[in-house]
Design a protein around this ligand. Structure first.
Ligand code: 13P
Length: 249
């Protein structure tokens, strides 16, 4: 069985006090033990958040890492540093990084490699722009993101990774992908994995949906055969909403 995951990407939100309040609330909430809950705060809060979830099953991730291992790269944060403060996951290739910080698939290969080298699980993001869907290029776009950013991995490495499909037009817009749109893309991604790595590997990789997922639509999305949970933005900033989403499987 694949892991069922809800991951909260806080993006560039909250101050330390608010961050700790949120994780305190999450840490005492009732979540089914079969669900993996991950919170992904901005870099400065990771260490304190890790300390505050120690007595719970909640894991902590980072939103990005450097392509380099260490050295004279002012302002960058290495995967090894994130590991040393207790992170377990790294989001790689979020569309906001691809769009606003010009991250390309070859840099993302380095970030995926840095994550795995440091025993961190990459959450590799893919997803098409609205115009790419409207011009019927969404499968082609996602295929090349997956091919170029992830398929250099060995089977063993891929099995240590998570994929998130986040259609860019659904992020922060209140417009969620329909069940049909989500399922067909998740099945397509799983099919790509099956072609390259075999059916068994494809069946073992968690593929998360992201984009305006909320307590109202999570149940329908998480019930889809190839959707194994969500990468949640806005709705992960409030404990009630995030817990309700986690309890939507
Ligand atoms: P929203 O849930 O705010 O649409 O954001 C999704 C996302 O980008 C998570 O990484």
């Amino acid at each position: 069985m694949r892991d069922k995951i809800v991951a909260g990407n806080w993006k560039m939100n909250k101050k330390l006090e608010e961050a700790l309040q949120l994780v305190k609330e999450l840490a005492v909430s009732e979540i089914d033990s079969s669900i993996k809950m991950i919170v992904i705060p901005p870099f400065p809060f990771i260490h304190s958040v890790v300390n505050n979830v120690e007595n719970s099953t909640i894991k902590v991730g980072a939103q990005n890492c450097a392509i380099q291992a260490s050295g004279a790269y002012t302002g960058e944060v290495a995967a090894a540093m994130l590991k040393s403060v207790g992170a377990s996951y790294i989001i790689v290739g979020h569309s906001e990084r691809r769009l606003y910080f010009n991250e390309n698939n070859s840099e993302l290969v380095e970030k995926v490699n840095q994550s795995l080298k440091n025993d961190l699980t990459p959450i590799y993001c893919c997803g098409e722009l609205l115009e790419e869907r409207e011009s019927n290029n969404h499968f082609k776009v996602v295929e090349s993101q997956i091919n170029e950013g992830l398929f250099h991995l060995s089977k063993e490495e891929l099995l240590k990774s998570v994929i998130a499909y986040e259609p860019v037009w659904a992020i922060g817009t209140g417009v969620t992908a329909s069940s049909e749109q989500a399922q067909e893309m998740h099945a397509f991604i799983r099919g790509l994995i099956a072609q390259k790595y075999g059916q068994e590997t494809a069946g073992a990789i968690s593929i998360l949906y992201g984009g305006s997922c909320n307590p109202k639509n999570a149940k329908e999305l998480f019930a889809l055969p190839d959707v194994d949970g969500g990468l949640i933005g806005g709705a992960s900033l409030k404990s009630d909403d995030f817990v309700a989403i986690a309890n939507s499987f």
